[in-house]
Design a protein around this ligand. Sequence first.
Ligand code: FUB
Ligand code: ZN
Length: 596
Amino acid sequence: MNEVSYRDITITDGFWKTRQDIIRNVTIDSVYDRFFDTGRVEAFEMKWKEGDDKQPHIFWDSDIAKWIEGVALFHEITPENEKKIEKIIDDIECGQDENGYFNIFFTVVKPEERFTHRTEHELYCAGHLMEAAVAYFRQTGRDRFLKIMCRYADYIEKVFKIEKSAAFTTPGHEEIELALVKLYSATEEKRYLELAKFFIDERGKRLEHTYGFFVDGMYDQCFKPVREQETAEGHCVRACYLYSGMADIARIYDDEELKNACRMIFDDIVNHKMYITGGIGSTPHGEAFTIKYDLPNMRAYTETCAAISLAYFAHRMQLIEQKKIYADIIEKVIYNGFLSGISLDGKAFFYENPLEIIPELRHKDVSVKNGERFPITERLEVFDCSCCPPNVIRFVAAIGDFAYTYDENTVYVHQFMSGEASFDGRKIIQQTNYPADGKVKITYYGKPCRLAVRVPDFCEDIETEDGYVYFDVEDGMETEIDLTMPVYFVESNPLVYENCGRYAVMRGPVVYCLEEKDNGKVLRDVVLDSSSEIEETQSDLTDVPVVKMKAYRRKAQNKLYYKKTDDMDEFTATLIPYYAFANRGENEMLVWMQVK
Ligand code: FUB
Ligand code: ZN
């Protein structure tokens, strides 16, 4: 299956244009400013010494790298941004040693300990810097940064693959695998692809040192060779970056065994370990997958980067084979568990994206030493571990990557976003307000072919072939499809104990939630009336309608326990898109609700 890159797509209006504009106009600068305040930018000058404040952290390199990548992917190399980036590249050039090595922490904090701590992110940082260099090269045509990173990649190849002189064999935090594939595609240097394959092939051949959150080797997916792995395990971001690299290698080398491992792992995630929002990560301990069906709502870990990494994995699977599930999962992530990671004004971020918030419990948590570790309840502009904010920038910049693929006879439309795509001598103009409504108009230019448009599962009234409707199109032809956008209730497998007797409300691809701001406190006690009329109204909060329906809640008595009564108060419940929660101050929030 051929990829249509975000580079060949311009998002012109609609839902994703709004998000892109906010990130262009607000987020890029605000993330840079916070990174500047916290010392991340200055750290590249390598002037830090013992006793100074703002000691560089082991993965500050990657925070700035993702910011650079995001700016480049956004084509936002304004004179101001260019100055900032060129200065950072000057610093990297200066800080790179004669061998090609570059890492801030292991130059200024622990220079004697290079490539001895498997868990401490040297190769992860290298990977992000490579991705940034590739994006900057593609956007500007200037190859200084790219060459710097090639020198580093050459050195990594020498140390890890040729001389095997590092204290470990594979990275404790995967990422460099998929980055090396990108470096290969930008430079056509096959050694980089082979190095990516090397790291993937070596993983799990032997137990290597890692954090001990889980049974040996689970945390960073080195518990057995990757081709024998059948389940998603350990730290979610590590895992899905690895699986993305595996899928890249499986596709490029046409490696059936690796493809099968990817398929099984993908199935395990989406059938057992993924939240309805597309979030992944059921525990803060190791930021990890746990056992099947363990999906706690209040203590969901569901890191923004983890949702991003799942979309990356699904996208790469989509390039391996045409199956609707990959696009369905990407859709789930982009409208829900990823999007909740950024505030509507583009300034603040969630690291964890829980599915239920009761602020009082969080307050109890912070007042008790070693509390139960509830996620924060309001977004912040920066974190000590601030991997998510710049990841959001680069993800939204390249959102177009998910929209189309094509083969000899067919162009597939997987995601709905207004814009123009030019690829393979064809052009597609897509016009839509999705998901505010489901009308999609597609104008096709180019040689005759079949246009396959994905029909999401909630459009039960449209007949499909493997989830797509097919149109024979030729140059200049317009096609229209009206994807119904129903409000519907969803249940989960009873083995998800937390959700027993509870239901989620969705409208099209968007998961909805109750918030205290609209519905008062104790949302767990609210019972929605599914037989009542459902009203959809526009709101000032966001561009997708809010949903209102009749609901009930018990009349509370001022006692701890009392005999059951059937006394209920009726009221109109207001549900907002999950991605918009916590944009009006700290308050209760709930996704899985009681319904009668
Ligand atoms: O360790 C680097 C990044 O910080 C990971 O990708 C995130 O999950 C967080 O642990
Ligand atoms: Zn993150």
